[in-house]
Design a protein around this ligand. Structure first.
Ligand code: NAP
Length: 260
C-alpha cells in the first residue's frame, strides 16, 4: 500500500535506537524526509547514516540534544521548523517506590513524558492545521491502560499527556491533523534488555533467562519487534489514516486482557 506521504517532513524525537529509530526508518522507507534526535551524537549519526543509505531519495538530518530541554527542542525545531509529522518520544522515567520520589523526580518525569510533547505539539500544530495535513504520534506506554506499580512516574506523566491530547485531537482533525498515542507493550529494545539485566542481577539468573521467561508471559509468546512498531506508526502517519484521531492504540501482543 502506498501510504501517500512521500515528500512529507517528519521530526522523530529520541530516535537513535529502539522504537523511535524504527519509526524514523519506516517513515523514510515511505519517502518521508526525517529529522532524528537523541542525546548521544555518535549512535545518532550511525543510525542516521544507516537510514540514509537504505533510502537514498530522502533527506535524513540528525540533531544531537536532549529533547526534554528547551535548548534541545529549539535545536530540533530549527532543523525541522514545519514538520508534517511529529513523533514524540523520550526515555522513560526510572522505576521505584513512590515513597522515595521527590518533587524533583516528578518534575523530571512530567517534563520528559508530558510537557515536552505538549511543547512540541504547541510549536507545530498550527502550521500543520494551516497546511491542512498533520500527523502527531505520541509514543507512550501500555502502562497508560494498565499501570505498573513500580512505574508510577511513567503512569502519572503519560496519563497527563493522554488526557491533554484527548481534548485537542478533536479540535485539530477538522484541518486533517490527527493526534494519537501508540502504546508499546514489551518490545525488544535496549530499554527492555536493560530491565532484564537488572532483574537478572537481583535474581541470580542471566539476562537471557529473564528474556525467555518474560517472552513466554506474552500471549504472542514473544516480544514485539521494533520494526512492527515503526510500521504501525507509519500507517498512523499516512494519508490513509486521517479519520483516526484521539486514539490510544496498544501494540502489546494481546497482553491487555480487556475487550475494549
Ligand atoms: P531505547 O531503546 O532505550 O531508546 C531510547 C531512545 O531515545 C534512544 O535513541 C535514546 O538516545 C533516546 N533518548 C532518550 N532520552 C532522550 C532525551 N532526553 N532526548 C533525546 N533523546 C533521548 O528505548 P525504547 O524501548 O525505544 O523506548 C522508547 C519509549 O517507549 C520510552 O519512553 C519507553 O519508556 C517507552 N516504552 C518502551 C517499551 C519497550 O518495551 N521497549 C514499553 C513501554 C514503553 P540517547 O540515550 O542517546 O539520548
Amino acid at each position: 500500500m502506498d501510504l501517500g506521504i512521500k515528500g512529507r517532513r517528519a521530526l522523530v524525537c529520541a530516535s537513535s535506537k529502539g522504537l523511535g529509530r524504527a519509526c524514523a526508518a519506516a517513515l523514510a522507507a515511505e519517502g518521508v524526509h526525517v529529522t532524528m534526535t537523541a542525546r548521544g551524537a555518535e549512535v545518532l549519526a550511525n543510525a542516521a547514516a544507516d537510514i540514509r543509505k537504505a533510502n537514498p531519495g530522502v533527506t535524513v538530518t540528525e540533531v544531537a540534544g536532549d529533547i526534554t530541554t528547551p535548548a534541545g527542542r529549539e535545536a530540533a525545531l530549527k532543523a525541522c521548523p514545519d514538520p508534517d509529522i511529529l513523533i514524540n518520544n523520550a526515555g522513560g522515567p526510572p522505576p521505584g517506590d513512590f515513597r522515595n520520589w521527590t518533587r524533583d523526580d516528578w518534575i523530571k518525569a512530567i517534563d520528559a513524558n508530558m510537557l515536552t510533547p505538549i511543547e512540541l505539539i504547541k510549536a507545530t500544530v498550527d502550521g500543520m492545521m494551516a497546511r491542512k495535513f498533520g500527523r502527531i504520534v505520541n509514543i507512550t506506554s501500555a502502562a497508560v491502560k494498565s499501570p505498573i506499580e513500580i512505574l508510577g512516574l511513567s503512569n502519572g506523566a503519560r496519563a497527563g499527556l493522554t488526557g491533554f491530547v484527548a481534548g485537542i485531537a478533536r479540535k485539530t482533525v477538522i484541518n486533517n491533523v490527527t493526534i494519537n498515542g501508540l502504546l508499546p507493550g514489551p518490545f525488544n529494545t535496549d530499554r527492555l534488555r536493560g530491565t532484564a539485566k537488572a532483574e537478572a542481577e537481583k535474581r541470580g539468573l542471566t539476562a537471557e533467562q529473564i528474556m525467555v521467561e518474560r517472552a513466554k508471559l506474552n500471549p504472542a509468546g514473544r516480544f514485539g519487534d521494533p520494526d512492527e512498531f515503526g510500521e504501525a506508526c507509519a500507517f498512523l502517519c499516512s494519508a490513509k489514516a486521517g479519520f483516526i484521531t484521539g486514539q490510544n492504540i496498544l501494540l502489546d501482543g494481546g497482553a491487555f486482557p480487556g475487550t475494549l
